[in-house]
Design a protein. Structure first.
Length: 75
């Protein structure tokens, strides 16, 4: 199911957004809800990054344990 979720999020992120929310979209209710939530978060992140770019600013990057990083954005 993880592969399905990734493909669904990828298709939601495409400019044309080829999926119809009215036709067979909620067949996999749990996975589609997660995909829609991830899509919303990714679009919000893209808006924040675009706003920073328009101001010639960069997001703060904070290192986390285990080599991970965290983007710090102001609201």
């Amino acid at each position: 199911m993880r592969e399905f979720l990734y493909r669904l999020v990828q298709r939601l992120q495409e400019e044309a957004r080829p999926l119809s929310r009215n036709k067979h979209f909620h067949t996999f209710a749990g996975e589609t809800a997660r995909a829609l939530r991830i899509d919303r978060h990714l679009r919000d992140l893209a808006r924040h990054l675009e706003l920073l770019r328009s101001r010639d600013e960069r997001p703060r990057v904070r290192p986390l344990p285990g080599g991970a990083i965290q983007l710090v954005l102001q609201h």
